[in-house]
Design a protein around this ligand. Structure first.
Ligand code: MRU
Length: 368
């Protein structure tokens, strides 16, 4: 895979996801403001990837700082954090990454670090967030693959792949791990209107990896399921509330309801940084409304008549009752999610035997 995002020392390079699959070109950001613009305009997208980008953007801003004292440095740091926080509201990974950078700054400042040392610590933290994300995706893939039969057709929505993370992917990480284990996997990729993450990005990644991929328009999923053509669904997430409600790309909710109707397991793969225990349920998750032009146009071609109103909510919320299991880098959570997610977030110290209602929290996952 081509790298999604790379730290270049004095810049951050990102593959331009607006241009894929037609062109494989990189955008180079040299300031925190340029990184923020890249996130907002979807040069880079996907919950974990925008968290990594925000962290690198903040680190970049501080590396280029001309601040002469810690007070000026703190003001510039806060400005860089605010810039990143104002880009996209739904994916909690963005705010999680900003918080990590804030903690790093506070620790460094408290230790009396110089402006240069603070910048060095922030750079190291951003690189750690990047590397941890790849490791998380690999671990998630390992757990998730245990849910996949020897031979399966898997439907996915949007792009939760290497492009949406620092590498390997969440939902596509599960698929990649299953393929690496020798399972016979075919993927149905929903095209994912209006931004076409499925048709453009998921298909591009999977075809590059030689994985059997069929693109379908979003309105084909129901018929495919009814005909018995889907064995399981796996998607990523932008924010998972404490009760297991899942915000993900618009259209995910419909896929989940369809899966339930047809008796098909509906899995969500997401790192712990996507779980937001401070948000009790999905009704509290802010849903980004994007520019109408994404709906009215494909490229430069206008689809809709002038005068028609347009809505463009970028995400929806799938109620927890439709989610069969949530795969994380620390294990697999099953309902009731209030308990299983809290136990996973609490960390490795929580022994399986102390997990509430045993099967809700499965550290070593068995087959579905
Ligand atoms: O608007 P996007 O493309 O950033 O939305 C991305 C998604 O909804 C993904 O499914 C989600 O971020 C999970 S990515 C591992």
């Amino acid at each position: 895979m081509l790298p999604t995002i790379e730290w270049k020392g004095d810049a951050v390079a990102m593959i331009d996801q607006r241009k894929l699959p037609a062109a494989e070109v990189y955008v180079t950001c040299r300031t925190a403001a340029e990184v923020a613009r890249a996130i907002k305009s979807m040069v880079i997208r996907g919950a974990p990837a925008i968290g990594v980008a925000a962290a690198m953007g903040i680190a970049l801003g501080m590396k280029r700082s001309r601040a002469t004292g810690t007070k000026q440095c703190a003001a510039e740091f806060q400005k860089a954090c605010d810039l990143m926080a104002a880009t996209r509201p739904t994916a909690v990974n963005l705010f999680w990454a900003i918080e990590r950078m804030k903690r790093t700054f506070a620790d460094a400042a408290q230790a009396g670090a110089s402006v240069t040392e603070i910048a060095q610590r922030l750079e190291a933290e951003a690189l750690r967030i990047h590397d941890e994300d790849v490791a998380s995706c690999r671990a998630m893939g390992g757990y998730g693959a245990t849910l996949v039969p020897e031979s399966a057709t898997i439907l996915t929505h949007c792009n939760a792949g290497a492009l949406a993370t620092a590498g390997y992917g969440t939902a596509l990480g599960v698929i990649r791990a299953a393929v690496e284990q020798g399972k016979r996997i075919a993927v149905l990729a929903d095209e994912t209107r209006p931004f076409l993450q499925g048709a453009r990005l998921t298909a591009w990644e999977l075809v590059k990896d030689g994985i059997d991929t069929t693109v379908i328009t979003d309105n084909m999923a129901a018929a495919m399921m009814r005909q018995g053509g889907v064995d399981l669904v796996v998607v990523g997430a932008d924010r998972i509330a404490a009760n297991g409600d899942v915000a993900n790309k618009i259209g995910t909710y419909g896929v989940a309801v369809l899966a339930r109707e047809h008796g098909i397991p509906f899995y969500v793969a997401a790192p712990l940084s996507t779980i937001d225990l401070a948000t009790p349920d999905g009704s509290r998750i802010p849903i980004e409304e994007r520019d109408a032009r994404e709906v009215t146009h494909v490229g430069s071609a206008r689809l809709t008549p002038g005068g028609a109103r347009v809505r463009n909510p970028a995400f929806d919320v799938t109620p927890a009752k439709y989610v069969t299991a949530i795969v994380t880098e620390r294990g697999i959570a099953r309902p009731p999610y209030e308990e299983s997610l809290a136990a996973l977030v609490a960390g490795p110290a929580a022994p399986e035997s102390s997990a509430p209602r045993g099967p809700a929290y499965v550290r070593r996952a068995g087959p579905a």
